[in-house]
Design a binder for this molecule. Sequence first.
Ligand code: FES
Length: 87
Amino acid sequence: MNKPIIGGILPAKLETVVGQKYFYCTCGHSKDGALCDGSHKGTGLSPMPFTALRERTVMCTCKRTKEAPYCSGAHRGLTEDDIGKPA
Ligand code: FES
């Protein structure tokens, strides 16, 4: 299993420190859907490191963005029923 699942249907708006390194969840299994919490274990996926450019970062949780880790609006049309389905 190495395909992400839909972790959320709305972007996560996080307070971030400019210049600080974070790890974006690419698998969709993390609790907040945005930052890696180690839940990818066994999925074959790995977190994506990124450096915050702003004090507020709008991150993708649906895992459909083409601009990871940022929201690109690709979550539009998703519903609560889609959470946990393949992204
Ligand atoms: S929890 Fe999803 S990549 Fe680590």
